[in-house]
Design a protein around this ligand. Structure first.
Ligand code: FES
Ligand code: FES
Length: 212
């Protein structure tokens, strides 16, 4: 799984790259002051009502993200994952929650150019990051070439893994615009498809690459 850092719950790796704060380590010793400092110009989105009363020990912080090119400030609980913040607070439900434990890749988004599992990153650890989700791929009504290729080549069946597959493909093609079949397989190795649509998924990514 090269460097796309989608191995969760691995504290050794977390020290090296995007995964800088493990859920356990953070909850043990969170220093709220380090995550609460954000720009004052943007409005702070309120916590959703369901989260109004926090369990004991859970703290809140305000973070700033750039999501699909838009700067947002939002309040998050210290135990929320990036996936929860994207889906619940920002309504970006194109990023899917499946295993919720870093096994399947359905929740893949791009953080500062790298494909990551949004279910395995604490939202507070992402303060200041640039995040791209599936909603950020197309430009207005115009589908991104990867989305077009998946549609044209039938790179999906039930579609539940598809947004994650596309985001992994985007991260791959941004770095390697003309990958070989093996490189596509390696680039998408962190994304499972329970429908087994792998041949069509790979075909779709190669097709998108050929048109770039
Ligand atoms: S939902 Fe995140 S890896 Fe499965
Ligand atoms: S298309 Fe159904 S899980 Fe991949």
């Amino acid at each position: 799984m090269d460097d796309h850092e989608r191995k969760p719950h691995d504290e050794k790796k977390e020290k090296k790259g995007v995964l800088k704060v493990s859920r356990r380590a953070f909850l043990k010793g969170m220093a709220t002051g380090s995550v609460a400092a954000t720009a004052a110009t943007l409005p702070v989105l309120p916590l959703c009502e369901a989260e109004a009363s926090a369990p004991a020990g859970v703290k809140e912080a305000t973070i700033q993200l750039t999501v699909n090119g838009r700067a947002v400030r939002l309040k998050v609980k210290s135990n929320w994952t990036l996936l929860e913040a994207l889906r619940r607070e920002l309504g970006l439900t194109g990023t899917k929650k499946a295993c919720d434990r870093g096994n399947c890749g359905a929740c893949t988004v791009i953080a500062d150019g790298k494909a990551v599992y949004a279910c395995s990153l604490l939202a507070v650890a992402m303060d200041g990051r640039k995040i791209t989700t599936i909603e950020g791929l197309r430009e207005g009504e115009k589908l991104h070439p990867i989305q077009k290729a998946f549609a044209e080549h039938g790179g999906y069946q039930c579609g539940f893994c598809t947004s994650g597959q596309m985001m992994a493909a985007k991260a791959l093609l941004d770095k390697n615009p003309k990958p070989t079949v093996d490189e596509v397989r390696a680039g998408l190795a962190g994304n499972l498809c329970r429908c087994g649509a792998y041949p069509k998924i790979i075909e779709s990514v190669l097709s998108a690459a050929s048109k770039a």
